[in-house]
Design a protein around this ligand. Structure first.
Ligand code: SAM
Length: 299
C-alpha cells in the first residue's frame, strides 16, 4: 500500500501526550480509520495495554485489521458508531484509561472516487461512511424540498449562498436526477459566486453539509461526548479532534458541561497543527483538538 501524506495521523504527538498514554490499561479509539493513531497508542502502551477500536466504515476496519494484526490479542475491532461506545463497553465493564475520537472522513474515504466524498473525483454521489446505511447523498439531494435543502446547506455547510445553490439543484434535477459528484460540484460552481479564497472550491461547503446530513454526524453529538467521558476512570482522558466548527462547538459545549461536573478541561483553547504539519499534510489544516480529564471527584 502506498503511504502518502494523507495517511499520516493528524496531531499525533499532541494526541499521545494529551491522552497520557503509558504501558498497560484499556484504551478506546472510537474512529480507528486506517489505524494510524491506534498503532501509535498500541506501541506506547506495550507490552500489555489493550485497545478497543470502532469505526462505522467496514472497509476502514478491514484495513485497520491488517495494520494492527501484529498486536494480536491486544486489539479488538468492532463495526459500530462511536456514539454507541458507552453501550458497547457494557454496564459492568472496566472504565477506560483514555478515549480518542478523531472525527470526520479518512483519506481512504476521500481518495476513493467510488465513495462519492470528493467533488474533485467523478463518482457516484454516495458519501455514506457506513455503506449498509440507508440513504445516499444522491437520494437526499434528489428528494429534499428546496427550502429544506437550503436550510441544510446553510446550517451544516455555513454556506452564505445556500438559497441560490438549493434553487440551482432543484432546477437541475428537474431535467435529470443528480447522480454524480462532479455534476453536483458543477451545479454549485455555477450557482455560487467565485470565492476570494485561493484554492477554495465553491462546492466545499455544500459537500460538507450533505456529508454531515447523510451520516447524521452531528446528531446527539454533545450528549454523546458527555456519555463517553463518563466511561473514563479517574485520571482518564478524552481527546476529540474536530475538523469543522460545528463539531468543535459540540466538543466545546460538552466539555463545559463536564467541567461543571468536576472534569478538568486540559485545553483552554483548541490545539492546532503546526505549520510544519500542515505543510506535510494539508488535510490537517482545519484540525482542532480538545481534551478533558476525569477527576477523582467527578460525577
Ligand atoms: C479522520 S478518520 C480517522 C483516522 C485515524 N485516526 C487514523 O489515524 O487512521 C475518521 C474515521 O472516523 C469514522 N467515523 C466517522 N464518524 C463515525 C462515527 N459516528 N462512528 C464511528 N466511526 C466514525 C470514519 O469512517 C473514518 O474512518
Amino acid at each position: 500500500m502506498g503511504f502518502d501524506a494523507g495517511h499520516v495521523p493528524v496531531l499525533l504527538a499532541e494526541t499521545l501526550e494529551l491522552l497520557a498514554v503509558r504501558p498497560g490499561g484499556l484504551w478506546v479509539d472510537g474512529t480507528v480509520g486506517l489505524g494510524g493513531h491506534a498503532e501509535a497508542v498500541l506501541r506506547a502502551t506495550a507490552p500489555d495495554g489493550r485497545l478497543l477500536a470502532f469505526d462505522r466504515d467496514a472497509e476502514a476496519l478491514e484495513r485497520a485489521h491488517v495494520r494492527l494484526a501484529p498486536f494480536g490479542e491486544r486489539v479488538k475491532l468492532e463495526h459500530a458508531d462511536y456514539r454507541e461506545i458507552p453501550e458497547r463497553l457494557g454496564d459492568s465493564a472496566e472504565p477506560a484509561d483514555g478515549i480518542l475520537l478523531d472525527l470526520g472522513v479518512s483519506s481512504l474515504q476521500l481518495d476513493d472516487a467510488e465513495r462519492g466524498f470528493s467533488f474533485q473525483k467523478e463518482g457516484p454521489l454516495d458519501m455514506r461512511m457506513d455503506r449498509s446505511a440507508r440513504e445516499t447523498a444522491a437520494e437526499l439531494v434528489n428528494r429534499m424540498r428546496e427550502s429544506d435543502l437550503a436550510d441544510l446547506i446553510h446550517e451544516y455547510g455555513e454556506e452564505p449562498f445556500s438559497r441560490r445553490i438549493a434553487r440551482a439543484i432543484v432546477r437541475a434535477r428537474e431535467s435529470e436526477p443528480i447522480r454524480t459528484t462532479t455534476r453536483l460540484a458543477e451545479i454549485v460552481r455555477r450557482a455560487a459566486p467565485r470565492s476570494r479564497r485561493p484554492g477554495f472550491h465553491p462546492a466545499t461547503r455544500t459537500f460538507q453539509a450533505l456529508r454531515i446530513r447523510t451520516n447524521r454526524e452531528l446528531d446527539g453529538l454533545e450528549q454523546a461526548f458527555e456519555r463517553i467521558a463518563s466511561r473514563l476512570r479517574a485520571g482518564g482522558r478524552l481527546v476529540v479532534i474536530a475538523f469543522h466548527s460545528l463539531e468543535d462547538r459540540a466538543a466545546k459545549q460538552a466539555f463545559r458541561s463536564l467541567a461543571a461536573r468536576g472534569f478538568c478541561v486540559l485545553t483552554r483553547k483548541p490545539v492546532r497543527p503546526s505549520e510544519a504539519e500542515t505543510r506535510v499534510n494539508p488535510r490537517a489544516r482545519s484540525a482542532r483538538l480538545r481534551a478533558v480529564e476525569r477527576e477523582e471527584a467527578a460525577a
